[in-house]
Design a protein around this ligand. Sequence first.
Ligand SMILES: Nc1ncnc2c1ncn2[C@@H]1O[C@H](COP(=O)(O)OP(=O)(O)O)[C@@H](O)[C@H]1O
Ligand SMILES: [Mg+2]
Length: 177
Amino acid sequence: MIEEKVTIPFTNGIPHDWSRVPAAMKAAITGCRSGALPWPLTLSGPVGCGKTCAALCMLDDVITGTRIFRTVTDLSDKLHHAKMTDVGEVLGMWDYLTGAELVVLDDMGSRKPSEMVVEAVLSLLDRRIGRATVITTNLTMAEISKVDMYGDRIASRLSAGTVVMPSLAKLPDMRRR
Ligand SMILES: Nc1ncnc2c1ncn2[C@@H]1O[C@H](COP(=O)(O)OP(=O)(O)O)[C@@H](O)[C@H]1O
Ligand SMILES: [Mg+2]
């Protein structure tokens, strides 16, 4: 008997469709999933090129396990709040993030992130080495490495994975179509 694959679409209010994911992103996603390319997967590109929608499509395909979508700001705010309230909550949050099947960290956009943001991103990347993790950003890898004094630490971890960059793919603004 062929089991029917049942997925509940992961919506955060944005409609998204795998058939509209740019080919360069599709290729990288497929490669990471098959193990041919290393995690984490960084989708870097200009605003509107479809990074968030591609990540949402990936979340749709997770059938078992936890799927997490967080903006970078969200992650850092939640961590900060947990730290202020209870150490147990911080540990619980990291367990949740570390054990998830897929974590999407959306919109790493600021050239001057707070130390807290950088710390949160670095911790997440270190805890999820080799696990399905996606980072979307409108910065290029060169721009990330120039981010204050911590940028090169993030860039080096991202470069160890798979990076889709605008220079590798001409990505149009899909909002303007
Ligand atoms: N795979 C997709 N399926 C459907 N619509 C898409 C898709 N990719 C992009 N779009 C359209 O383009 C807009 C911008 O895409 P988005 O993923 O938010 O870009 P980015 O995160 O790169 O800024 C979306 O709001 C949507 O209207
Ligand atoms: Mg986006």
